[in-house]
Design a protein around this ligand. Sequence first.
Ligand code: FES
Length: 272
Amino acid sequence: MYQIVQKEQFSEKVVKLVVHAPRIARSRKPGHFIILRIDEQGERIPLTIAQADKGAGTISLVVQKVGISSTRLCEMNPGDQILDLVGPLGKATHIHKVGTVLACGGGVGIAPLLPIVEGFKKAGNRVVTVLAARSKDLIILEKEIRQWSDEVIIMTDDGSYGNKGLVTTGAEQVIQREQVDECIAIGPAVMMKFTALLTQKYNIPTQASLNAIMVDGTGMCGACRASVGGETKFTCIDGPEFNAHQIDFDELILRLGGYKNEEKEAWERVIG
Ligand code: FES
């Protein structure tokens, strides 16, 4: 069992949970994720590790209420126990000294972006980060991201904070004013798709971290498959990060919506 030791409510639908998992805290690297199950009936939820504290033996997970299992997880409190928590899974981000890194995070994708921004900064890069969300209350972990970024640009769809517009508007401003050597994009699939199209135009190598549906997380079930460069890849063992210019985002978006009806039915059955 894995105990929740701290909870922070970022917004109505987004929470940060700090969970006691000392072995994962010791070995996790930027880009790694875990899969958890609240109880015997719970779905397996893949979540990227936003932060880890080796001393305290804890990891931080940012969760958004999307379906039944994520809603139940968001409603758990310090002292509650999570049944299973497996990780670290996936390949760590390739962090290296490249020059200037443009880091783009959308919504809860800002959480997995945090350790990557920290990693690139510690590797000696200039890091410019663009954070984007629908509105001010959905911009999360801004203080932590600022700690490891040379500059942070905030974009909101409704203009309630920072500049009004999409992540690509902020990213293009950066690309047009200075040399960008590498880009990393994490967020909703559609946001990563358009960030990839933008950076392809400027020939900037770009990684995107895919939020595929997962079951086992060990390369056996095929639930997380994605087409990358015309080949089938498993997000859980080959990723979660891939060359964004080679990802078939339209297929990913279709696959992410594949269980919409079942999710709706389950929601009505359980929540009412
Ligand atoms: Fe089953 Fe990746 S989650 S193969």
